[in-house]
Design a protein around this ligand. Structure first.
Ligand code: PMT
Length: 400
């Protein structure tokens, strides 16, 4: 049975050229067994007829705040109570601004205010409008209130420009909703993950870094999100397309990563430090270093141990580290487990074609009083197995 079967979904359609995609979205939702009711803003009716959405949803399209044909004058309250989930697709810049301000001029915004159902928003607008500071601020405030975002997508827009702002394709919106309704074992948990390398500038054009591709950390983020976690992924520079997670934060240096991780740790239930953070960073030269002398000495300074800082917070998340070792895997990992104050450590042998960059990995996992070997397998599969083990240990240490 589909996870959307019998789910009551209130689809809000606001004005924009992408409104035509609402027809496909309704069709997909109905095919999955969802009960769909559509609310259109007046502007939306300029782009697609209510009749189309009525025919596809099998239900009257709601448009007016005061609808004489409703049996009760409280139409919006009825609708607000009816919905298991409110999805607005497309959500225009104007609608997003009105949601942020709590305005209630029309039926759609009024019932968003009057409902306790989770609100999902799929923005669609011109690239410049999306990137405008006002829209970005509105979005970040809505997110901080627990509104879920689907997209926007990147690409060619109806106005001829290219960039972020396209409505996410209906099948991807559907997938997002399926995830929202599938209660995986991580549902309700907030997971913070760091991934990839850091880059430590030597001068304005050069840096020190390492071979981490981000594959292991991104695989963990994707698997956790698929299993219901609310994931924040903090990533150093990688060539990968980020997985769809609740929050994705790009950083460069160990110092940037430290700040982002400490901020994220304030609200995380678990932290997994899979990033390969530089242990030492150069003192950056203000100008490009000139070629001259036959040898060049760089002075390096020790960076702050990010995971050690997290594990010593008063309100600390369950803290999981990685150990990348070229020798004495077990002995080094056990020292890191203890010295960094970790709840669990996943140690991987690294070297040429091992651990870093490659698609497969193997792990020896240690925690106080236990250990388990996870044999070599693709990082995407290994991530799911490691997450199961982490969750087991997390529940063992949080019996309630
Ligand atoms: O990205 P991939 O190409 O897929 O490769 C995956 C990986 C090999 C990078 C990954 O599996 C891994 O092992 N990540 C940790 C790499 C590392 O920096 O290990 P370490 O043994 O040097 O550090 C131990 C722990 O301390 C790690 O959790 C690390 O994130 C953390 N640390 C280290 C230094 C520092 N300044 N702050 C930290 O938090």
């Amino acid at each position: 049975m589909s996870v959307l079967s019998d789910k009551k979904i209130l689809l809000g359609v606001s004005g924009g050229i992408a409104a035509y995609k609402a027809a496909e979205l309704v069709r997909l939702l109905v095919t999955e067994g969802a009960i769909v009711r559509v609310v259109m803003t007046e502007a939306a009716t300029q782009f697609i007829t209510p009749l189309t959405l009525e025919a596809l949803s099998g239900s009257k399209v709601h448009r007016h705040l005061f609808d004489a044909s409703e049996t009760s004058a409280m139409g919006h309250i009825d609708l607000a109570r009816w919905a298991d989930l409110i999805l607005i697709a497309p959500a225009s810049a104007d609608l997003i601004a009105r949601l942020r301000s709590g305005l209630a001029h029309d039926l759609l915004t009024t019932l968003c205010l009057a409902s306790t159902a989770p609100l999902w928003v799929a923005p669609a607008m011109n690239r410049v409008m999306w990137e405008h500071a006002a829209t970005q601020e509105n979005i970040s405030i809505l997110k901080s209130r627990g509104v879920h975002l689907l997209g926007p997508d990147q690409g060619i827009q109806a106005c001829g420009e290219s960039g972020p702002g396209r409505l996410l394709e209906p099948d991807l919106i559907l997938k997002g909703l399926q995830q929202a309704f599938s209660r995986g074992p991580w549902t309700g948990l907030r997971l913070l993950i760091s991934a990839g390398p850091t880059r430590e500038p030597i001068d304005p054009v050069r840096y020190l870094s390492n071979r981490s591709s981000g594959k292991m950390g991104y695989a963990l983020a994707k698997a956790a999100q698929d299993q219901g976690a609310a994931v924040t992924l903090i990533s150093g520079p990688t060539a990968l397309t980020p997985p769809k997670v609740d929050h994705f934060i790009k950083v460069e240096t160990a110092k940037d990563m430290l700040a982002a991780v400490l901020q994220g740790a304030l609200t995380a239930d678990l932290y997994i430090g899979s990033a390969a953070v530089a242990d030492y960073a150069p003192i950056m030269a203000p100008q490009k270093i000139k070629k001259g002398a036959p040898t060049l000495t760089l002075e390096l300074q020790k960076t702050v141990d990010i995971i050690g800082q997290v594990s010593s917070l008063e309100q600390r998340p369950f803290t999981v580290g990685f150990a990348a070792e070229t020798e004495n895997l077990e002995a080094h990992a056990l020292v890191k487990l203890k010295n960094k104050g970790l709840d669990l450590i996943a140690a991987n042998p690294v070297g040429e074609h091992q651990g870093f960059e490659v698609d497969d990995n193997e792990l020896m996992v240690f925690w106080e009083g236990g250990q388990r070997f996870l044999p070599k397998t693709p990082k995407t599969d290994l991530a799911a197995v490691l997450l199961t083990l982490i969750l087991e240990r997390y529940h063992a240490s949080h019996p309630s």
